[in-house]
Write a protein that binds this ligand. Structure first.
Ligand code: GLU
Length: 449
């Protein structure tokens, strides 16, 4: 579509050097022509351009003192992307690579993901170029306090509700929450992913990984397949990966590989409950690399670095759960050769555009992150509800809610595929059209604001 091409060119020019952001926007806009062709209002109202422009970008200085009494200077951010459906909602990333391009891509993705959950959630993302790796407990606490010292002005339970992402887990959320409470004198649900004793929700830690597996089950069901006995690859070894592995094992799948920034583990015999507990302890308590797993278990081999890719292992299902652009077109070629059945994204934008093109042209069922990993933010949405009500729902209730929400997201994708006569199994276009339509309609209804 000519018009869309020129819109993308303008966005490109307006955001120089923001490669990840432009990648995420192009990925969505290149799929939505079937919707735009239906009604001139989308382009007349300039919905694509308005969606690609964050409502507000906050960039700020974070200064703190390390254990050696040296002053440290970091950069903090919050991108408030879209509030058509609700208050800004999305995680915080603490990683040395964090920059505005990455946060804008994540916030843009979040817009569609949050709308797919069916909950009243706008979209945002934030964080800092801080590296929690190798920092002491006290350093992490002081950094979180310094971040919040500036960010609190822009947050609130009806304004903007951050949560975790890479480098931000329950520990960091606790320190951020404590700092917000101290500064504002308000005990409110301003963050999700809190500890269970002070407003957290059952199943929030598990939600992204479990939800991913539920979504994959729904996809497999649609082709009369199931997870049982399927050989699975899960990249990453953090929160999303750990709980994806846990649920896959529960469903009778065989998980043979996982990874972290040091390399990957191939365990031919597959993981079991005990091995997963060992991995969790290694990553969450000892905060060490995964090599220790291969030292403990003879069936496992550690491959240092990423020269021999985890994606070359022969398997049925792949779950990239590490980070953006971790899978390229060569990896997809290897998967096609290995007759992989399904790939579902636990991470945000783990496939490069060329990898997406290759997988879309193949027979592999492809579950895009904005649908497949929406379980985390969906349970975050329910944590917000519980905080507003002053209640805590049971684990069983949350498990049922998660299953229902993931099924609904799957149904939304399928409905769009049918309504717009898309290729069978084109979850990517289905998810993009559903999200764009819902957010765009709300934007039109609320006028030019
Ligand atoms: N960072 C997660 C995501 O990418 C969770 C966001 C949230 O719970 O607000 O969706």
């Amino acid at each position: 579509m000519k018009k869309l091409k020129s819109i993308l060119e303008t966005i490109h020019k307006k955001n120089p050097g923001e490669n990840e952001f432009i990648q995420a926007v192009s990925e969505v806009f290149e799929t939505i022509s079937p919707l735009l062709n239906d009604d001139d209002a989308w382009l007349d109202q300039r919905i694509p351009e308005r969606m690609a422009e964050p409502e507000r970008v906050i960039s700020f200085k974070v200064t703190w003192v390390n254990d050696q009494n040296q002053v440290q200077v970091n950069r903090g951010f919050r991108v408030q992307m879209n509030s058509a459906l609700g208050p800004y909602k999305g995680g915080l990333r603490f990683h040395p690579s964090t920059n505005l391009s990455i946060l804008k891509f994540l916030a843009f993705e979040q817009t569609f993901k949050n709308s797919l959950t069916g909950l009243p959630l706008g979209a945002g993302k934030g964080g800092a170029d801080f590296d929690p790796k190798g920092k002491s407990e006290n350093e992490v606490m002081r950094f979180c306090q310094a971040w919040m010292q500036e960010a609190y002005k822009y947050l609130g339970h009806f304004i903007d509700i951050p949560a975790g992402d890479i480098g931000v887990g329950e520990r960091e959320i606790g320190y951020l929450f404590g700092a917000y409470k101290k500064i504002t004198n308000r005990f409110e649900g301003v963050l999700t992913g809190k500890g269970l004793d002070y407003g957290g929700s059952f199943l929030r830690p598990e939600a992204t990984g479990y939800g991913l597996v539920h979504f994959a089950q729904n996809m497999l069901e649609s082709i009369n397949e199931a997870l049982e006995d399927k050989v699975c690859l899960v990249s990453g070894a953090g929160n999303v990966s750990q709980f994806a592995i846990e649920k896959l094992l529960e469903e009778g799948a065989k998980v043979v590989a996982f990874s972290d920034s040091s390399g990957f583990i191939h365990d031919k015999e597959g993981l079991d409950e005990e091995k997963l507990a060992f991995l969790k302890n290694l990553k969450n308590i000892k905060r060490e690399g995964i090599e220790g797993y291969a030292k403990k278990y003879k069936s496992a081999k550690f491959h240092k670095g990423s020269n021999k890719s985890i994606w070359e292992i022969d398997a049925d299902c792949a779950f990239p759960c590490a980070t953006q652009n971790e899978v390229d077109e060569k990896h997809i070629e290897a998967m096609i050769k290995n007759k992989l059945i399904l790939l579902a994204e636990g991470a945000n934008m783990p496939l490069t555009q060329k990898a997406i093109d290759a997988i879309q042209a193949s027979k592999i069922l492809y579950g895009p992150g904005k649908a497949a990993n929406a379980g985390g933010v969906a349970i975050s949405g329910l944590e917000m509800t519980q905080n507003r009500m002053g209640r805590q729902w049971s684990k069983l209730e949350m498990e049922q809610e998660l299953r229902i929400m993931m099924r609904n997201i799957h149904t939304h994708c399928i409905d769009s595929i049918r309504q717009y006569d898309l290729k069978e199994g084109d979850y990517l276009t289905g998810a993009n059209i559903y999200g764009f339509k819902k957010v765009g309609k709300a934007m039109i209804a609320q006028g030019v604001v």
